[in-house]
Design a protein around this ligand. Structure first.
Ligand SMILES: N[C@@H](CCC(=O)N[C@@H](CS)C(=O)NCC(=O)O)C(=O)O
Length: 242
C-alpha cells in the first residue's frame, strides 16, 4: 500500500510536507482534509489522529503526526538528496536549530497574524481591533528580523549554498501572513532575494500550486462563514486570539 498523506494546503506544515514529498519524487496518496469544514473533527479523521491536526502520514499501519517528524522520516526512508537534511552532524544540527526555533517564533507569530487578519474576521464578521493586531504584527516583525540576522545572515540559504528543510519550513510559514495581503517582503531586500532563491529552488510551478489556496483566501473565508464549523471549534479559536 502506498504512503498516505493527510493534508490541507491552507496549512503551512502541510505545504512543507507536500512540497518536500513532491520535490523528492516520493510516491504518496493525497488524502484531503478540509479544515474549514471541520473535517478533522469528524469520526473518520479521529481514527487517523486524535490530535485532530494535519499533516498526518500513514505508512501501512504506521501513523506519524508532526510535519517536522514526518519530513525527517521521509528523508531517512527515501534517502532524499543530502542537502535537504544533511548527514553531516553540524549541518544537520544547524537545520534542527531552525526547525526547533521556528515553532515558537516564526510559526507562532505568522500564524497569529494570519488568524487575526483572515480567519477571526470571517468567523466573527468584524475586523480585529487594532490594539490586538499591532502587537501581533510587531512579534512577526521580530521573528523576521531574527530570521535574517541569526539564521540567514549573508548566506544564500540557511545552510549556505544549498536549500534545506530549514528554508522550506521558513518560507511556508512566512507566506501565511502574505496570503492575507500583508507584504512582509516590502522593505526587506535580503528576505526578498532569499524568497526568490527558495522559490526557484522549489520550482515556481510547484511553489505556486502549493500556495494557491493561501493566496486566494476569499474562498476559505466564505467556507468558514457558510460551512458551519462546530461551535466549540469557533469558541476555541476566538479564545486563542481575542
Ligand atoms: N506542530 C504541528 C502543527 C500542526 C497544526 O497545527 N496543524 C494545523 C493546521 S496549520 C491544524 O491541523 N489545525 C487544526 C486545529 O487546530 O483544529 C506540525 O508541525 O505538524
Amino acid at each position: 500500500m502506498s504512503l498516505e498523506l493527510y493534508l490541507d494546503l491552507t496549512s503551512q506544515p502541510c505545504r512543507s510536507v507536500y512540497i518536500f514529498a513532491k520535490l523528492t519524487n516520493i510516491p504518496f496518496e493525497y488524502k484531503a482534509v478540509d479544515l474549514s469544514a471541520g473535517e478533522h473533527y469528524g469520526e473518520e479523521f479521529e481514527k487517523v489522529s486524535i490530535l485532530r491536526k494535519v499533516p498526518v502520514l500513514k505508512d501501512g499501519a504506521f501513523i506519524l503526526t508532526e510535519s517536522i517528524a514526518i519530513m525527517q522520516y521521509l528523508a531517512g526512508k527515501y534517502s532524499t538528496p543530502d542537502h535537504w537534511y544533511p548527514a553531516d552532524l553540524q549541518k544537520r544540527a544547524r537545520v534542527d536549530e531552525y526547525l526547533a526555533w521556528q515553532h515558537t517564533n516564526m510559526r507562532t507569530s505568522g500564524s497569529k497574524v494570519f488568524w487575526l487578519r483572515s480567519v477571526i474576521p470571517a468567523l466573527t464578521g468584524a475586523p480585529v481591533p487594532q490594539e490586538k493586531m499591532d502587537p501581533a504584527v510587531e512579534d512577526l516583525n521580530m521573528s523576521l528580523k531574527l530570521f535574517e540576522e541569526k539564521f540567514l545572515q549573508d548566506r544564500p540559504f540557511v545552510l549556505g549554498e544549498k536549500i534545506s528543510l530549514a528554508d522550506l519550513v521558513a518560507i511556508v510559514e512566512i507566506m501565511q501572513p502574505v496570503g492575507t495581503g500583508l507584504d512582509v517582503f516590502e522593505g526587506r531586500p535580503v528576505l526578498s532575494a532569499w524568497r526568490d532563491r527558495v522559490k526557484n529552488g522549489i520550482g515556481v510551478e510547484l511553489f505556486d500550486e502549493a500556495h494557491q489556496k493561501v493566496m486566494n483566501l476569499s474562498s476559505l473565508q466564505q467556507a468558514l462563514q457558510s460551512k458551519g464549523l462546530p461551535e466549540f471549534f469557533k469558541l476555541r479559536l476566538q479564545k486563542m486570539f481575542i
